[in-house]
Write a protein that binds this ligand. Structure first.
Ligand code: DX5
Ligand code: ZN
Length: 222
């Protein structure tokens, strides 16, 4: 799987947590590519979700899919290592949540995971300048992190285009993931602008037919 593929990553934030394993199996067999795993600490963002134990349980229960962890927590380093041990494949964090961004990138890589940097709607892409050569993914937030079901911030489109240009100037592959307010109405614009990983929580888990929703996303991005 390289960054040229177009990947759909359902955010389990909007799944039914009482039946999480089943929900994941349903979206994956409905055609999803990655599991987007939102981790919130009621401190860095005003909401509280799930930690590495849940990731570990999913692995022990036989889930083999790519787990894309989005950390919205501070501090990061210890829990990032726990997520790596629990079976995460990729770990993204917000640079303002850590003391030393390069050190956290290194810790995540050393633990065997790919690493992503999350960029909030009010943060410039220039925060990537000194680290872009070391990362595998840019996670562009198209809402302020904390809750599912928010409205897509239109200014993100230009930012996606600029991030794509930045990525093209690098000599290694970098995924461009967009997170927040992705639905049947916004996904084609996000795709045209250059994103290649599409996170969607409420639009998928809130729909009555996951397969139909994912197929209709797929048609709009191909
Ligand atoms: C927001 C999370 C998102 C969220 C997206 O803080 O990072 O991943 O689940 O939800 P929707 O797709 O409903 O905007
Ligand atoms: Zn997320």
């Amino acid at each position: 799987m390289n960054s040229k593929s177009l990947l759909i990553a359902p955010s389990i934030l909007s799944a039914n947590f009482a039946r999480l394993g089943e929900e994941i199996n349903s979206v994956m067999s409905a055609g999803a590519d990655w599991i987007h795993f939102d981790v919130m600490d009621n401190h860095f963002v005003p909401n509280l979700t799930i930690g590495p134990l849940v990731c570990k349980s999913l692995r022990e229960d036989g889930i083999k899919d790519f787990i894309d962890v989005h950390l919205m927590i501070t501090p990061v380093n210890e829990l990032a290592m726990s997520f790596a041990e629990a079976g995460a494949d990729l770990i993204s964090f917000h640079p303002d949540a850590v003391e030393d961004v390069k050190e956290t990138i290194e810790i995540i890589k050393q633990s065997g995971c790919k690493v992503g940097i999350a960029v909030n709607p009010d943060k410039p892409l220039s925060i990537l300048k000194d680290i872009i050569k070391d990362i595998d993914l840019i996670l562009l937030m198209s809402v302020f992190p904390g809750f599912g079901g928010q409205k897509f911030i239109e200014e993100t489109i230009e930012k996606i285009e600029a991030a794509k240009e930045l990525i093209e100037q690098q000599d290694h592959e970098i995924f461009l993931e967009v997170d927040g307010g992705i639905n049947n109405e916004t996904i084609s614009r996000v795709s045209k602008a250059g994103a290649n990983v599409f996170v969607a929580g409420s639009a998928i888990f809130g729909s009555s037919d996951y397969e139909q929703t994912i197929q209709s996303f797929r048609q709009k991005i191909s």
